[in-house]
Design a protein around this ligand. Structure first.
Ligand SMILES: CC(C)(COP(=O)(O)OP(=O)(O)OC[C@H]1O[C@@H](n2cnc3c(N)ncnc32)[C@H](O)[C@@H]1OP(=O)(O)O)[C@@H](O)C(=O)NCCC(=O)NCCS
Length: 186
């Protein structure tokens, strides 16, 4: 294991649409077991390329955990428009080498803040039955976990958005944009 001093303390920020390629690269680097956990099945490189091409559009918001320019993990909030009011689906993945350091939890926490501020009808996450780390994180954030079509469905409940939740997201966005500009001054 890496000595403590060498372990990165990630910077968390929302990704900009122009950074879609970084997310694709992150997904392509996941091993088969991780891809299965993230996408609910063993997905090919072409599938990941197609999936990634739709990311960061109007209904997709992604937080990244960065060590400098290196993307260690991503947490996605997708807006789902069915018949009723919009819902939010969260999905998260952390590179195998960076797990067990709180990165997945930090990404879920931020995605939940954004879901709260979009006043969605409900917010949920799917994972496989054997995915204990994901269920542990979901429970930590108060999810109610049930079974649906052989998978675990974690449904989150939180209070309505308020001044504090809006300002917290806005401050995070501002800090994130500054971190981005420091890396890539224009
Ligand atoms: C699920 C995933 C995102 C977690 O990322 P992570 O950075 O390791 O998460 P964290 O370090 O924040 O938390 C992991 C938690 O699981 C716990 N955990 C780890 N292994 C466990 C196990 N076998 N049984 C129970 N809990 C376990 C850890 O103790 C930690 O809980 P704690 O914070 O209360 O100590 C990561 O494993 C991953 O990317 N998996 C592949 C993709 C995936 O499964 N996505 C979920 C479906 S969308």
């Amino acid at each position: 294991m890496m000595p403590r001093a060498d372990r990165p303390t990630p910077v968390y920020r929302k990704l900009f649409p122009r950074e879609r390629g970084l997310v694709q690269q992150h997904f392509l680097q996941l091993n088969p077991a991780s891809r299965r956990s993230r996408f609910g099945g063993l997905v090919s490189d072409p599938f990941i390329r197609a999936y990634s091409s739709a990311l960061l559009g109007p209904g997709s918001l992604i937080y990244g955990a960065f060590d400098g320019e290196r993307l260690l993990g991503v947490g996605e909030l997708s807006l789902v428009f069915n018949k009723g009011p919009a819902s939010g689906e969260i999905a998260v993945s952390v590179g195998e080498a960076w797990r067990g350091r709180g990165i997945g939890s930090a990404l879920v926490s931020r995605a939940l803040l954004s879901a709260r501020n979009r006043v969605l009808d409900h917010t949920y996450l799917f994972c496989q039955q054997e995915n204990r780390p994901m269920q542990r994180i979901a429970k930590k954030f108060g999810a109610n976990i049930t079974m649906l079509h052989g998978e675990r469905l974690a449904e989150f409940r939180f209070p309505l958005a308020d001044h504090f939740s809006f300002v917290t997201e806005w401050l995070g966005d501002t800090k994130g944009a500054i971190a981005y500009l420091r890396l890539r001054p224009h």
